[in-house]
Ligand binder design. Structure first.
Ligand code: ADP
Length: 489
């Protein structure tokens, strides 16, 4: 990997605790392989609970001072860090593409997106205001101030190895928190490269700790949840793990943010701009080969536009999706993260088929492809009795459900345990408003396939979790509001 980088020192194979690169007790390591070629990329220490405890204590020690830094100081650190990410975008994108399998152009897009959170929160650091309130009794004032919550535990997934970290870390740092970050074992190197740049940007030792672990994750996760010094847990991952973490956090009554799984409906009404809807779907569905929590999982197309939509979608997929080595510039679709992910997609497609759905294109793996590759696929004639309507496909499969009326559509679209992202395409204003308002999700893209933006609050409802990241309120998640009542007479 190092030979591919301009700055080889960005590729770290150690954890980062209290400003030091470390192997923990050095007893155990885990390997990271390319999801595309299965080549060995590097290894990281498989830290246990003792070393994690050291990281938490280091974070607590650092917090004692860091909480008293000025917001302007934290703004400057974030600004430096943002600029370093932009400066090293090529290397960060290469590391990300290698460990995640994301095509290089998309990896660059993620690095830009990830950096934009540091940029955004540099501004929020100094614009986090309290209130002054005239109290009930005469001569009495209430003033509220915002203070950092304390040490934050951050657990992130492999599907956005860089952005899921900056979205949390940027806000936590802006607020004045210290943190222990546990990246996914599939993609630790993006997180470690960020830590190296953080150090160069002036993040004080102990404020940002990055611990790596693979086989000890359940114990390490439990420790982070139960540790009394950790005052807040910010998690992005599956609904199942989120529920375990919430339960484990109950004894320490931790403040929580849970960004969990989705099952996004993508709705195309008869009057939609068909071309725009197809481009929106292409962008939302095939980003990360469909492995994102806001990836359209159920595509509802109204009957009047249904057949032509499928025909044009297939044309767009044929011309725009180029498989191949993720590091090559022309590649636009990469592999899935591992064989288990491929098998899940196969299971869901085969279940749909057995219940009467039809594969329009794709649907079968060819022997010449890498083991983790699943071909871009369209399945039509989907119904809600099929398992793919309930579970995330997390792969490059467009599952199309026909519908007739808006009422029927809303019933189907809201027939989900989770509610994170949704998309609606229509040229009728009141239909757009009404649908967007009635969808049971935390976010809706109206005539756009892109809903994430550092300025917008990101998060879900129902079993997609709670808490919001990014936007004006993203920093609130890492703060406590203190009210003081003052007698002025
Ligand atoms: P995914 O399906 O995206 O891998 P997971 O919820 O399994 O979703 O993983 C998201 C993050 O949660 C990863 O960093 C993973 O290592 C971590 N994780 C998995 N199991 C646990 C657990 N029991 N406790 C704490 N973290 C966990």
């Amino acid at each position: 990997v190092r030979s591919l980088l301009r700055d080889p020192s960005l590729f770290k194979e150690q954890a980062y605790i209290e400003g030091q690169w470390t192997n923990g007790d050095g007893r155990s390591q885990f390997s990271v392989l390319s999801p595309y070629s299965k080549e060995y990329l590097g290894s990281c220490p498989d830290l246990d609970i003792n070393t994690t405890n050291t990281a938490i204590e280091a974070a607590q020690k650092a917090f004692d001072d860091f909480q008293h830094t000025s917001a302007r100081q934290r703004m400057t650190i974030l600004k430096n860090w943002f600029e370093l990410m932009r400066e090293h975008e090529d290397d960060l994108a290469t590391i990300l593409s290698l460990e995640n399998g994301r095509p290089i152009a998309a990896a660059h897009a993620e690095i830009k997106y990830a950096a934009s959170f540091l940029e955004w929160f540099q501004g929020e650091a100094v614009r986090s205001y309290g209130d002054s309130i005239a109290a009930s009794a005469p001569g009495t004032q209430v003033v509220t101030i915002k203070q950092p919550v304390g040490v934050v535990g951050i657990i992130t997934p492999w599907n956005f190895p860089s952005a899921m970290i900056t979205r949390k870390v940027g806000a936590a740092l802006a607020a004045g928190c210290s943190m222990v970050v546990k990246p996914a074992a599939e993609t630790p190197f993006s997180a470690l490269a960020l830590a190296e740049l953080g150090e160069r940007a002036g993040v004080p030792a102990g404020v940002l700790n990055v611990t790596t672990t693979q086989k000890n994750i359940a114990d390490v996760g439990k420790l982070i949840c139960e540790h009394p010094s950790v005052k807040k847990l910010s998690f992005t991952g599956s609904t199942g793990v989120g529920k375990i973490l919430m339960q484990q956090s109950s004894q320490s009554l931790k403040k929580l943010s849970m960004e969990l799984g989705g099952n996004a409906p993508f709705i195309v009404f008869n009057d939609a701009n068909c071309e725009q809807a197809i481009q929106g779907l292409m962008a939302a569905k095939f980003r990360g080969s469909g492995q994102t929590c806001v990836s359209p999982n159920r595509v509802y197309v109204q009957k009047g536009i249904h057949d032509i939509f499928i025909q044009r979608l297939q044309q767009a997929m044929d011309t725009q999706l180029v498989k191949g080595d993720p590091l090559l510039t022309g590649t636009t679709i990469g592999p899935l993260i591992n064989v288990k992910a491929v098998e899940k997609v196969e299971r869901l497609v085969s279940d749909a088929r057995s219940q009467g759905a039809t594969v329009v294109t794709g649907g079968t793996r060819s022997s010449g492809d890498p083991e983790n590759y699943y071909p871009p696929t369209i399945v039509r004639g989907m119904t809600h009795s099929m398992q793919a309507s309930k579970e995330e496909l997390f792969g490059p499969v467009v599952a199309i459900y026909p519908f007739e009326s808006q009422q029927e559509l809303l019933q189907m679209a809201n027939d989900a345990e989770v509610g994170l992202g949704a998309y609606v395409y229509t040229d009728t204003l009141n239909q757009a408003w009404r649908t967007a308002e009635l969808l049971q999700t935390g976010m809706v893209g109206v005539n756009t396939g892109v809903i994430s933006d550092p300025v917008a609050p990101f998060g879900g409802v129902k079993h997609s979790g709670f808490g919001r990241e990014g936007g004006r309120i993203g920093i609130d998640e890492f703060q406590i509001l203190k009210a003081s009542r003052h007698l002025s007479t």
